[in-house]
Design a protein around this ligand. Structure first.
Ligand code: GLU
Length: 281
């Protein structure tokens, strides 16, 4: 793939573990094999959970693995105006609304007898639409995508180009699935003014990413990203969702799983080559 640009996009909310090493090395190896570029992006929009020492630590870990990237790395906390501009654009297109529901409000609405079983989307139970026509002011509220309005805007099918081992090929996205099993997702949380979905789409576009490399846990979120790219007139990158590294009980590794922190393996004297073997690379 000529001019391939891929990336590793960790959040500095904990130490990097084996799963992160696998993700970063997978992206790096693809970039190397294709003569492309490997970028780092610091996903630090959730400021209260981010710590500078985790960021220093993750860069040390990546360098130890033999990875390098152009500095300064993109940092989401510097990009809030870009997120705001995109949000205003979607709002001007009539595709957003302000939502004042708390988690408890949503739980209560979903447990109402007439609701039936709620599908679980990439962000949890599909939002019941309580605030969709409430006309709340946006100040102090979360901003949601009006999925039905967004889908009505489409003039051509949405397609995912996947190059990863789990679902390779070109897959069309079913608009009905987006409506019923994804729904009115949050574009901007009230506390941070954006969301993972909006930020990741805008950042990948701003970094010129042509191949998004990440874990299979984000495969289900990809239709949202393709939709947002279309609404915002952005180029669609290809995707490579890789397998997840699991612990001995088959559970996916979590940030708090410090036992699998790369720094532990480093301290125990493991070499980067042995780390690759441990990961099956
Ligand atoms: N920041 C996300 C994470 O730490 C990755 C997002 C992505 O690669 O799209 O899991």
């Amino acid at each position: 793939m000529a001019g391939l640009i891929t990336r590793f996009a960790p959040s500095p909310t904990g130490p990097l573990h084996l799963g992160h090493a696998f993700s970063a090395l997978t992206a790096w190896d693809i970039a190397r094999a294709e003569g492309g570029e490997f970028l780092l992006r610091i996903e630090d929009i959730d400021q209260p959970r981010c710590r500078p020492e985790y960021e220093t630590g993750l860069k040390d870990d990546l360098q130890w693995l033999g990875l390098s990237w152009p500095e300064p790395a993109m940092r989401q906390s510097n990009r809030l105006p870009a997120y705001q501009a995109a949000l205003e654009r979607l709002t001007a297109m009539g595709q957003t609304y302000a939502c004042t529901c708390t988690r408890a409000d949503i739980r209560a609405a979903l447990s109402a007898p007439q609701e039936g079983a709620t599908p679980i989307g990439p962000d949890g139970p599909v939002y019941p639409g309580t605030c969709r026509h409430a006309g709340h002011p946006s100040r102090g509220a979360a901003i949601r995508l009006n999925m039905a309005a967004a889908l009505a805007h489409l003039t051509a099918p949405l397609v995912i180009t996947e190059t990863g081992p789990l679902h390779p090929g070109r897959h069309s996205i079913d608009p009905d699935h987006l409506l019923t099993h994804v729904g009115d997702i949050v574009l901007a949380r009230r506390d941070i003014g954006t969301s993972y979905h909006l930020a990741v789409v805008l950042d990948d576009a701003a970094q010129g990413v042509t191949l998004v490399t990440r874990g299979a846990d984000l495969y289900e979120a990809t239709p949202i990203h393709i939709l947002l790219q279309r609404l915002l007139d952005l180029h669609h990158p290809a995707y490579h969702h890789h397998r997840l590294i699991r612990d001995d009980t088959g559970k996916r590794l979590a940030k708090r799983d410090d036992a699998r922190a790369l720094s532990k393996y480093r301290a125990e004297g493991l070499s980067p080559a042995a780390m690759r073997r441990l990961l099956g690379l």
